[in-house]
Ligand binder design. Structure first.
Ligand SMILES: NC(=O)c1ccc[n+]([C@@H]2O[C@H](COP(=O)([O-])OP(=O)(O)OC[C@H]3O[C@@H](n4cnc5c(N)ncnc54)[C@H](O)[C@@H]3O)[C@@H](O)[C@H]2O)c1
Length: 294
């Protein structure tokens, strides 16, 4: 199948990533169904997207007509069957837990047409681990977007040994249609490329903080000012959600059993306290004071 034959795209999970990926698909001309088990997540997603698109119109990035047309193509539902029964292409962006993703893919495999391709937006989990619960491993791949998806112009498309060339090429074409630079990785690897590099940096930053070599704010300052990184590792954890990296780490440790892969104590404490970053108003920094990072 070619991207020009893809009429309907289904995006599962309307959280930080899913709602923006769905908007990219709708802007790219696809009839898009955004599904979440939580009605409130869908309402919030629509409100946030309306805000983003209004800003885009004001900045002249899109016309009022483009905005209206995209919203006419964007549908939200809590019903998986409505979202996926006649879909051509699915992008899954539910929580970063293997068992949840497997459950979703199993249901999806029963509901979606045989020709439909499924992509997972997981930050770390290789697609073969999710594909094994379906009867279509050749039509499954990773499509790893970056946060915030409406801004970040890169997608890692990952093939497993079983992912067909046609599936990989279709995922790349979908990226082209939604205006995202894409890179094809032909070999599966936990965390892919960007996150492996980011994890190495974050792990060292947390280690230096936990050992008392520097405060987390100073580590961020050093990365931002001395290394010219646009954002320090602690502020970045807050931006993308401390829980997202944490669950990825839990999964890695579960797989390798290597004590080196255990989530860091300070990160685990944040997750247990529900201090997940910007989305909860507090993470490493406090965002409750007029949205500032303090
Ligand atoms: N946040 C990031 O920076 C980032 C970047 C790239 C990739 N990812 C990946 O994207 C995925 C989603 O991350 P997020 O940050 O958007 O998470 P999130 O917690 O913001 O959103 C997850 C959404 O999934 C919904 N959900 C849970 N179970 C579901 C189910 N069975 N069916 C439908 N919806 C369900 C939840 O209600 C929630 O709205 C994860 O796999 C994550 O690793 C995240």
């Amino acid at each position: 199948m070619k991207a020009e034959h893809v009429n309907k795209i289904t995006v599962l999970g309307a959280g930080s990533m899913g709602h923006q990926i769905a908007m990219l698909c709708a802007l790219g001309g696809f009839d898009t169904y955004l599904q979440d088990i939580n009605e409130q997540a869908l309402t919030q997603a629509t409100d946030q997207l309306d805000g983003h698109m209004t800003k885009w119109v004001k900045k002249g990035k899109i016309s009022e007509h483009d905005k209206e047309a995209a919203f006419n193509r964007l549908h939200t539902t809590t019903n998986l069957e409505e979202a996926a029964a006649d879909t051509d292409f699915v992008i899954e962006a539910v929580v970063e837990k293997l068992d949840v993703k497997q459950k979703v893919f199993k249901q999806l495999d029963e509901i979606a047409p045989a020709h439909a391709v499924f992509a997972t937006n997981s930050s770390t989990i290789v697609n073969s681990q999710i594909a094994e619960v379906t009867g279509r491993p050749d039509r499954i791949c990773n499509m790893h977007f970056f946060y915030p998806a409406l801004v970040m112009d890169c997608v890692e498309v990952v093939q497993s040994d079983e992912t067909s060339e046609e599936t990989a090429q279709l995922a790349l074409e979908v990226c082209d249609r939604i205006g995202r630079t894409r890179v094809l990785l032909r070999k599966e690897l936990y965390g892919f490329i960007a996150n492996r590099i980011l994890f190495a940096l974050t792990k060292e930053a947390v280690h230096l903080y936990e050992e008392g070599y520097a405060d987390f704010k100073d580590i961020d300052t050093i990365c931002e000012k001395a290394l010219n990184h646009p954002i320090g590792p602690f502020a970045l954890m807050d931006l993308s959600g401390i829980d997202v990296g944490y669950y990825g780490n839990v999964q890695l440790y579960h797989e390798t059993g290597n004590p080196d892969d255990k989530p860091a104590k300070s990160v685990e404490e944040k997750v247990k306290k529900g201090e997940l970053g910007r989305k909860t108003g507090k993470g490493w920094y406090d965002y409750t004071k007029e949205g500032a990072r303090v």
